[in-house]
Design a protein around this ligand. Sequence first.
Ligand code: ARG
Length: 577
Amino acid sequence: MNIQALLSNKISKALIMAGAPIDSDAKIRQSAKSQFGDYQVNGIMAIAKILAIPPRQLAKKVINFIDLKDVTSKIEIVGPGFINIFLNRQWLAMQIDQILIAPKRLGIASVLPQTVVVDYSSPNVAKEMHVGHLRSTIIGDVIVRTLTFLGHNVIRANHIGDWGTQFGMLIAYLEKVQHNNLDDMTLSDLEVFYRAAQKNYDENEEFAQRSRAYVVKLQVGDEQCRKIWRQLVDITMTQNQISYNRLHVTLTKNDIMGESIYNPMLPGIVADLKAQGIAVENTGATMVFFNEHKNKAGKTKAVVIQKKDGGYLYITTDIACVKYRCETLNADRILYYTDSRQHQHLMQTWNIARKAGYIPESVSLEHHMFGMMLDKDGKPLKTRTGGNIKLADFLDEAIKRADKLIREKNLDMPAEELKQLVNTIGIGAVKYADLSKNRTTDYIFNWDNMLTFDGNTAPYMLYAYIRVISIFKRAAIDETSLTMPLVINEDCEAILATRLLQFEETITIVARDGTPHVMCIYLYNLAVLFSSFYEHCPILNATNKQTCHSRLKLALLTAKTLKQGLDTLGIQTVERM
Ligand code: ARG
């Protein structure tokens, strides 16, 4: 049930009947305060201005045409021309009963399925994942889960950095130190290796030349080079898969779509861009000039898509990649989860791809960028020595801290269950702390804030969930026994019911904007409302059976909504703690 959509639809019709232009936006919003009703129509003033009539007059006309008899209990005009809408409690009760008949989808209407490619995580080969990859990995995964739940066809694209000059360098270094058996190597060995190779490359021209020769060999498909390359990718992604599993992220090896797969497309792309007059040769390199963009000095911005020596660049690969996603994967939407520093890169990529006619107007390209994790001094989060914090170490730390928080409180819990609980809380806390922030800005990372039972945190949410389900457990109530129709008499029942019915509105926003924090706010608010309902409305000791059943039904749907909401956030729940 999407109340906002229902009201928008009905009120738009009423607006048109009242003489407003067809594309008028009624601006229906959830009311911030209960005295303003449940929803507000905020668009009347702007539309009245276009029609050149007094807003209150338009509001009156609209109200006369609104066809919402069963849905609302009261519609009133206030102030200069706002319309407040109060929902009918009987209608609310019926909607909840309806959802509980088949609660699996929580009453969410089916969507017109789209094919959505989600580009996320995307670490680089031969390097360990660090905290910088955390946000892309977990935010991207929320959107994957959300779109999947809504019924879309989702393609996870782990665009790993598995191509480029660094592989020539690594192969040359392996040869130099005569290390021809990679089997016993771990990813952290590889990282040390990488640094040594880089040093040789920077300091020794002869080594650099050999590295470049290996890149060419790799590119033309030399058997031995390919074999080493494949092993490097494999070592990296086997290790990364462990982090994905620990993070309860849905990525698997099947989702790897690295830069290398676009390599065969690159010569054709450059040739085509030249033929179309989009790219030009300039002092030996091939470049694209953006005539519409000038930099501060008034010079036209430009990018290189092929270097003098024939090598291709990150952007060339991304042009091929977006074309592939559109033409071969048939994407309707392509979402990129990378930090804001890559925004210009993506804008340039899409600009070229659109100009070249690779992406039809109808396909939506969206950069769902995010800010950085900062330390308490507002600097990017680093190790004490200034290096990148490895993701694996970071997760170990989370578990250690969760253990400290949880163990004492659960001394009588079986060891295996306790371990599971600590894990769920530790990982859940890190994820939730991140997801609950508006992704577009930087945020200050703080272990203590995320591992507390107060406020909008994972421990609070998990505890709130347990509290609801324990009502059913304690009284040994089976949900199928709740046969009496729901009635709503008290204010706190009505408020809770309305909030429950706003799940679809919430998840629709998350799917549209890629904003997990909207779901976090919703779930937190739901948990708080449940708390006050629980305080004011006795459930098992209700005065009559129908009230008892009604309240149990509200509790039941609260539990299911919390669970499903947390699930779309990739946060696991526990049954007790
Ligand atoms: N590998 C890149 C990095 O670690 C991220 C790739 C993002 N996706 C893309 N299509 N460029 O920064």
